[in-house]
Design a binder for this molecule. Structure first.
Ligand SMILES: Nc1nc2c(ncn2[C@@H]2O[C@H](COP(=O)(O)OP(=O)(O)O)[C@@H](O)[C@H]2O)c(=O)[nH]1
Ligand SMILES: [Mg+2]
Length: 256
């Protein structure tokens, strides 16, 4: 069943980027800073079953591929490598819109273990939008070469989502990554990402806005994220709410 029968240019785009109600497989987004090994992981997971093209109406490259794990079909979408999701470039906008409205069953956040702290900035932005995440700490060999180990259990406890340590080049940790992705995508586990701490005055404003947003868009995990963008004066989000596109986008993403 579709709520919106009228296809605007925008919803047409959503059909093309696979945000469709009739999808059979699990949709997995692959996100991360540039040069963290995303493409290497993408190749490891999808092998030869992949296609490339452009995102509809954009100059941004899109790669997607399929694979099977434990009798489940997965479609993996390689998002543009970005440092943030604040939509200051076409790349960031594509990545943000897909995570926010594409309603992926799981998002794999790829980080560079040797500069983990810096990479966690994007990770926290993603975890504010969706709780269905796996943190893939890649280039673990580089970190070891620099003389440090990542404490996986501690990191998991701190951030609240499954963590996998990988060396995408050698294949170390890839099976575990599939396992964690499977558990999150099929709802066998529900991650609980740590919330970002903020000033009391901002927290108060957000707490005022979130119920209002939730009233209009039921069961929206990212209400807090939208509230923050509104407080920042993000004109794209503001306009999407004003002209009704946000409702349309959210409903479209919710139909599974
Ligand atoms: N040593 C090491 N190199 C890696 C690893 N993962 C990827 N690379 C290399 O890092 C470079 C960037 O990888 P790529 O997959 O293109 O990164 P992307 O920009 O995030 O897609 C390539 O030369 C990869 O071979 C890893 O775990 N360890
Ligand atoms: Mg790449």
């Amino acid at each position: 069943m579709r709520i919106f029968k009228r296809k605007t240019a925008h919803t047409e785009d959503l059909y093309q980027i696979e945000i469709m109600p009739e999808r059979k497989n699990n949709v997995i987004a692959l996100a991360g800073n540039p040069n963290t090994g995303k493409s290497t992981i993408f190749n490891r997971l999808t092998g030869l079953r992949q296609h490339t093209g452009n995102w509809p109406g954009k100059t941004v490259k899109k790669a997607e591929g399929e694979f099977t794990f434990k009798n489940e079909e997965f479609k993996l979408i390689d998002l543009p490598g970005t440092y943030s999701l604040l939509s200051t470039s076409e790349d960031e906008e594509v990545a943000r819109d897909f995570i926010l409205f594409g309603n992926p069953d799981a998002t794999i956040i790829v980080c560079d273990a040797s500069v983990l702290e810096r990479n966690l900035n994007l990770a926290f932005q993603i975890m504010q939008i969706t709780y269905r995440c796996v943190l893939c700490v890649n280039l673990i060999d580089e970190a070891r070469r620099k003389g440090f180990e990542i404490d996986k259990e501690q990191l998991e406890k701190e951030i609240g989502v499954p963590v996998v340590l990988t060396n995408a080049k050698s294949g170390e940790g890839i099976e575990e990554l599939k396992e964690k992705m499977y558990l999150v995508a099929t709802r066998l586990i529900k991650p609980n990402p740590r919330k970002i701490k903020m000033k009391d005055s901002i927290r108060k404003k957000i707490d005022l806005l979130v119920p209002l947003i939730n009233e209009s868009f039921t069961d929206l995990y990212s209400a807090e994220w939208i509230a923050m963008r509104l407080l920042e004066g993000d004109s794209k989000i503001f306009n999407a709410i004003k002209n009704g596109k946000l409702v349309e986008l959210v409903n479209k993403g919710k139909l599974e």
